[in-house]
Design a protein around this ligand. Structure first.
Ligand SMILES: *Cc1c(COP(=O)(O)O)cnc(C)c1O
Length: 225
């Protein structure tokens, strides 16, 4: 029996290669995060068997459960909204946090962490009420405030494009995030190298790659619903 994730992964790899070719990027710059929030442990193990090692979870419970089953070779990404009171339960298990969006969370992470925490700041570039993330205008002041919290390292920015079939709208969101990245990089601060862009999901990862994504977060089209 062929591993169903392997089949999906082959298709995704070919789309990554094509998208990279269109904009002259090296496909090795694009990391796939397998988002396992909807699926069983077994399916997550099938994903692991294909050689995928970046895994993303949205919820504390799912993370803790899969963390204990899949072993320590996985690089864990916490991609969901993070409540401050949950930080202490996940901080020793995750390698990256993609949803840093407020100072209270910065403080809690800095208080609970033992080592430096690699964080993406979630930016609401689509400016939808429903979306989490800080407003682009608040990004640079936010970065400056993080200076006082030595265990926070800003490795990049994260966003979610709106649910739409309008590719221009999606693309302009991703372009906007890249512009925000340049603003952060212009600060030239050591605690915020901001070298990564976490953007692109099942339905829009090819556009995200064309606009510079280094981490794409794929759930449905990779591991199923
Ligand atoms: C669920 C989720 C994904 C994956 O979404 P798919 O459309 O299933 O690929 C990516 N990022 C975040 C933040 C998510 O919550």
């Amino acid at each position: 029996m062929l591993n169903p994730v392997a089949e999906n992964l082959a298709l995704i790899h070919s789309k990554i290669t094509e998208a990279c070719k269109r904009v002259n990027r090296n496909p090795n710059e694009v990391n796939i995060i397998a988002v396992t929030k909807y699926v069983s442990i077994n399916r997550a193990k099938e994903a692991q068997e294909t050689g995928l090692f970046h895994f993303g979870e949205n919820y504390e419970e799912g993370l803790i459960e899969k963390y204990s089953e899949l072993g320590s070779d996985i690089v864990w990404h916490y991609i969901g909204t993070l409540q401050s009171r949950k930080v202490k339960n996940i901080i020793d298990k995750v390698d990256y946090i993609h949803s840093l969006d407020r100072m209270s969370l910065v403080k809690e992470l800095n208080k609970r962490a033992v080592n430096v925490v690699k964080c993406f700041i979630q930016v609401n570039v689509s400016n939808e009420e429903s979306k989490h993330g800080i407003h682009p205008n608040e990004l640079v002041p936010f970065i400056k405030m993080i200076e006082d919290y030595p265990l926070i390292n800003v490795v990049g920015l994260m966003t979610m494009a709106p649910h739409t079939d309008d590719k221009d709208v999606i693309r302009s969101c991703f372009k906007h995030l890249r512009k925000c990245q340049q603003d952060v990089q212009a600060l030239q601060v050591s605690y915020a190298p901001c070298q990564n862009l976490s953007m692109g999901m099942s339905h829009d990862f090819e556009i995200a790659i064309e606009e510079g994504a280094t981490f794409i977060r794929i759930g449905t089209s990779l591991v199923g619903e």
